[in-house]
Design a protein around this ligand. Sequence first.
Ligand code: TLP
Length: 350
Amino acid sequence: MIDLRSDTVTKPTPAMRRAMAEAEVGDDVYREDPTVNRLEDRAAAILGKEAALFLPTGTMGNTIGVKLHTEHGQEVICESRGHLLNYELSMVAWFSGCVLRTIYAEDGILRWDRIRREYRALGPHWAPTGLIEIENTHNMAGGTVYPLDVISEVCDGAHSLGLAVHMDGARLFNAAAYLGVPVSDVVAKADTVTFCLSKALGAPAGSLIAGSARHMDRARLYRKRLGGGMRQAGVLAAAGLIALERHPPLLAADHENARFLASGLAKIHGISIDASKVQTNIVIFSVEGTGFTAPDFSARLKERGVLMNSIDDRRLRLVTHYDVNRESCERALEMVRETAHRAATRGDCG
Ligand code: TLP
């Protein structure tokens, strides 16, 4: 199977497995796991933040990020296709008691003028805005990257109103690779940032949240409340350290493979995609013109050994990662071509 459903599907490398077997561990709830401590210190240093905290998932990172900056009854502004709203089981409401005020942006990138219009101070009828959340890269907008000046403007604007900015940087390192800048530049003005070791960086599990030492002390309490105190978590942190130190340079190849797939898809009859918009490792395309629904197209691709998820009735998403090389991308493209062609020539539509 060529698995392009997500970059979460990668298997740990031999180096990761060795490091996991040999990891020095302790009880992380007592802050005695040397490998976790090392990972947190390295992550904070690489991001240019005072402190970082190891977490089981990105969802927990965003949940804690929202909780740190808000009070019950406030609004959190995010883009309308944001992961925070659509894929996190309403944790913003469940844990933080806030509602989301969404803004649609075609490219997923929220600009300050749009945010400013949605900002609300406390009024007789209005819940006040408590936080701005930005997703970088933006998953469902197709892996799009916030330009540095946009982040800067959003953060300056938010801060001028006394608001914090939390960045969902699940694929933060992809954003930095695309921009060709250190990750610390991308997150410099964000108050807190979550990033995942288990996405494109390829670790089997784990994410971090980073920010001020004061925020991370509170984040540690919220992590425990959420059931995320993980004891001898050094076995996971060891793989995470390899992901963090060695894998960022590999991301450029994933981005090239995504562009290769996108430009190949653009040539297939019945498929629509603007390949020039693909920036990182996520490609979203429509199969509407093939006559198949996206779930049917996905099922037929699976029969041909290629996994891609439908994200709605018309569109599929593919995500490149280090377990899929160029040869597998060529094969995947061939299978998409065959599936679309079969629909066109035999009327085999689902
Ligand atoms: N994204 C997953 C699915 O949940 C959709 C994927 O396959 O892309 N923020 C962003 C932008 C994400 O894409 C994800 C996971 C998360 C947060 C949550 O991370 P986890 O799965 O570790 O909770």
